[in-house]
Design a protein around this ligand. Structure first.
Ligand SMILES: NC(=O)c1ccc[n+]([C@@H]2O[C@H](COP(=O)([O-])OP(=O)(O)OC[C@H]3O[C@@H](n4cnc5c(N)ncnc54)[C@H](OP(=O)(O)O)[C@@H]3O)[C@@H](O)[C@H]2O)c1
Length: 237
């Protein structure tokens, strides 16, 4: 199998894009670790994927937690980073403390991960960023800024951490539990509206991002790339 004998650590692997990435990496033969804050969610994900997946409780907001997680996994071949961040709300309405929290949750966490991840030479680090980095919308400017900054940092890391490879996947709207906090009606409206606008006529599925994450692990000529998988959102006016 394509990832036989390789270790893959999916940070945020208990849900959505991370969960499907972990499943596909395991299907490709990898030994898979999934990490997130909730042991309950990790256990449910491991049971869903199959019990060969190992769970490590971690919080990307903590240096100590990430260091302990990589000490537990040992050197790995590939790391995928998926936790969300940014602050929802219009700039004149959100407070600056919330802005800082949103930066810490994904941007500083992404930097922390690059600092502590123990990846073998030629292995890979992949960040899940997002389409709003290039197509901002009112009320989610900080999420856009966080993703744009990670796209830039990741390209820098591709040079600084070489020969470790660093890439970004920038998804469009994907149907995952991330949107569960929205009221049902609002979420359904957003999903239907996006599906109607997109050339592919639907929103994305998390495994459609996971497929690319696994391909990046396998493709040793790939580094410094930002791959947009957004159902064609990037070609719309
Ligand atoms: N879904 C979309 O439409 C979409 C579109 C563009 C970009 N993205 C980006 O894609 C990424 C994945 O999104 P998703 O939709 O798969 O989200 P999701 O289903 O909510 O999954 C997020 C994962 O991150 C973990 N996590 C959250 N905070 C964490 C922390 N502090 N430390 C460790 N783990 C943490 C969660 O587990 P715990 O709660 O157990 O910690 C969960 O496993 C995000 O960065 C998101 O911004 C998503």
């Amino acid at each position: 199998m394509r990832l036989e004998g390789q270790k893959v650590f999916v940070i945020g692997g208990s849900s959505g894009i991370g969960l499907e990435t972990a499943r596909l990496a395991r299907d490709a033969g990898a030994e898979v670790f999934i990490g997130s804050r909730s042991q309950e969610k990790l256990d449910a994900a491991a049971a869903d994927i199959g019990n060969s997946v190992r769970t490590i409780r971690l919080d990307v907001l903590s240096d100590d937690s990430l260091q302990a997680a990589f000490a537990a996994s040992g050197t790995v071949d590939h790391v995928v980073f998926t936790p969300p961040g940014g602050t929802v709300g219009k700039i004149r309405e959100i407070d600056t403390a919330a802005v800082l929290q949103g930066l810490d949750a994904k941007l500083v966490a992404a930097v922390r991960t690059a600092k502590y991840a123990d990846i073998r030479e030629g292995g890979s680090l992949t960040y899940i960023t997002g389409q709003f980095a290039r197509r901002p919308m009112p009320g989610i400017i900080m999420g856009a800024a966080v993703n744009a900054a990670i796209d830039a940092i990741g390209r820098g890391l591709a040079v600084e951490l070489a020969p470790t490879r660093v890439n970004m996947i920038s998804p469009g709207i994907i149907d995952t539990p991330l949107h569960a906090r929205m009221p049902d009606e609002m979420r359904e409206g957003m999903m239907k509206g996006a599906a109607a606008r997109l050339p592919v006529g639907r929103v994305g599925r998390p495994e459609e991002i996971g497929m690319m994450a696994v391909q990046i692990m396998e493709n040793e000529f790939m580094t410094g790339a930002i791959v947009e998988i957004d159902g064609g959102a990037n070609v719309l006016m």
